[in-house]
Design a protein around this ligand. Structure first.
Ligand code: NAG
Ligand code: NAG
Ligand code: NAG
Ligand code: ZN
Length: 284
């Protein structure tokens, strides 16, 4: 009995110390929001400044993981961070955008549409929704939908059930893409400083990728944002890069890290550029 209680206590303590976090880690989300906030029109920048709580000091990045922190308080929101496909490398809204109970529209693509629609009421001053929360959800989900394994296979829960070694550490594949690739890149190339990573990506947005940025910002449907496009890109990247050559208990080292890092940098850049485009369109 006694040892059982100790075990339960220890497990609870571990859960408290290491909550399951869904989505890019703090640095991934911060990067996306920093890039986005630097690209806002005057009207969008003013609206964001008004909607952010005062303690955020007009820094969207500081609240970009708010949506992860409220996942337990707002239990209904936990299905809104991801999409599971039926183990196919394609995304179809009708087929895939639902929660565990099969409720339609309850996935990250549906949530992006939802909070975009709410924010469009900003100028009409109809306070039906809390638009501070709508802004924080939209900013977070635009990041999540660009993380390739947030649009992953149902059977392995977006890589959560694939155990790997990240160099010598035991980890799961989902976590590798949420955090480990970014953290290893920061340690190796950016003095363990996320601001330097943000700067490096921003530089490439104006050089390497300059002629592709217009294409990222626009949608075939003429409706900005276009989450179905972002989700399709993510599951394709998941199949071509994240899952590729990985199986249960694989060890992932330099080969994997160095070949996947450019994909991850690109996804962070696209998420930031597109979040800015969405906010500029909404508040424009
Ligand atoms: C839409 O937003 C409201 C308010 O936050 C929330 O209650 C609802 O679950 C959301 N639905 C989706 C699909 O995002
Ligand atoms: C809107 O949501 C924020 C964050 O949850 C909260 O701090 C604030 O009090 C809410 N505003 C209203 C008017 O309910
Ligand atoms: C920026 O582009 C250069 C040249 O392609 C590349 O070597 C570097 O890794 C890129 N950095 C980021 C953060 O995308
Ligand atoms: Zn998330």
């Amino acid at each position: 009995m006694g040892s059982c209680r100790v075990l339960i206590f220890t497990l609870s303590l571990l859960l408290l110390l290491f909550p399951v976090i869904h989505g890019w880690g703090a640095d991934g989300h911060l990067t996306v929001c920093r890039i986005a906030q630097s690209r806002l029109s005057k009207a969008a920048a003013d609206a964001v400044n008004k909607l952010l709580p005062e303690y955020a000091e007009n820094d969207l990045g500081s609240l970009c993981i708010w949506a992860d922190e409220v996942r337990f308080r707002y239990h209904w929101s936990s299905a809104l961070h991801f999409i599971n496909t039926p183990d196919l490398c394609t995304f179809q809204y009708q087929r895939d955008c639902k929660d565990e109970d099969g409720l339609k529209g309850r996935c990250v693509a549906g949530a992006i549409n939802n909070y975009t629609t709410q924010l469009l009421t900003y100028s009409t001053a109809q306070a039906e929704y809390n638009l501070t929360e709508a802004l924080l959800f939209l900013s977070h989900f635009m990041g999540d939908i660009h993380q390739p394994l947030h649009v992953g296979f149902a059977t392995d829960r977006g890589g959560n059930d694939i155990d790997v070694h990240w160099y010598t550490r035991k980890q799961n594949l989902h976590h590798v893409w949420d955090r480990d690739i970014i953290e290893t890149a920061e340690e190796r190339f950016y003095d363990s400083n996320v601001e330097q990573l943000v700067e490096a990506i921003q530089k490439n947005i104006t050089t390497e990728w300059a002629d592709r940025v217009k294409g990222w910002e626009t949608c075939n449907s003429n409706k900005i944002p276009c989450p179905d496009t972002y989700a399709s890109e993510s599951i394709k990247a998941a199949c071509n890069w994240a899952y590729k050559d990985v199986s249960q208990d694989s060890t992932l080292e330099d080969d994997y890290f160095l070949s996947r890092l450019p994909i991850l940098n690109l996804r962070l850049a696209q998420a930031g550029v597109r979040l800015a485009a969405a906010l500029n369109s909404i508040f424009g």
